[in-house]
Design a protein around this ligand. Sequence first.
Ligand SMILES: [Zn+2]
Length: 285
Amino acid sequence: MRPVCDWPATDLRGGPDGRVGRRAVLLGAAAASVTVASAAAVATRRAATARADAPPPAPVPVAAGLEILPRDAWGADLPPGPLRPETPRFLLVHHTASPNDYRDAREVLRGGFRFQTGPAKGWPDVCYQFFIGRDGDVWEGRAGSLAGPVMADATGGSQGWAQLVCLIGDFTTAAPTPAAIDSLVLLLEWIARRDGIDVSEGATATFVSRGSQRWSIGTTVTTPTIAAHRDMSYTVCPGAPVVAMLPEIRQRVAEVHRRYTTPAALPPHPDGLSPARRLGTTRAV
Ligand SMILES: [Zn+2]
């Protein structure tokens, strides 16, 4: 089975010098479009240039210790195609299976967009609702996911009913960083609370599959409400180390969820963590 989870097989470490700035990326894209002699291309170029002159969008605080960088932080000039809303019943954990020594998460996400919206997949946008970088940085993936649940895509068809959280990196053998797992716990809990998914310990969801390579269309599936991609498709994603951590992750999510759903006030996060501000560029592994 491929360790890759719907990600390009090419090396994605963040460009030649690994420090490709947002402005440079956008202006580069604008320059490339000069040869396209159409009014639409000119309008697109002007819009991209205007966005390049704008400050990067601020991370959006959604929960104690959790901020999410909106999609425009990495893909303002990469408009999605038509997307549909979802009625999520559970949450699904993935990894990109791309190199762990990337230097700029934004370039990894842009490479994923090009691959997944290109001829190989033909999807309207990256298929994951959210990404998490090794510094604990959290990114909106598929457009609109910060505002509410949107429908995902997956290779071989999607069983549906899930919101997808994808760890940036290859965790076939390596384990994610503690910072990434901390953010994963907070992100899963926030999505569950927003979308009304039961993440108490032992919680399961039952749904009728829309058709994946593992669960053919019409199959009734029961799953823990926090599941691994390999539970839904024949893949090693999100990697054995992450799968081994899922029981503890579910326990931690349930614990945080209890703090939000009981009358006691939620204590402030111990170190005022703002992972999103790190932009995934602070450290090479
Ligand atoms: Zn996956």
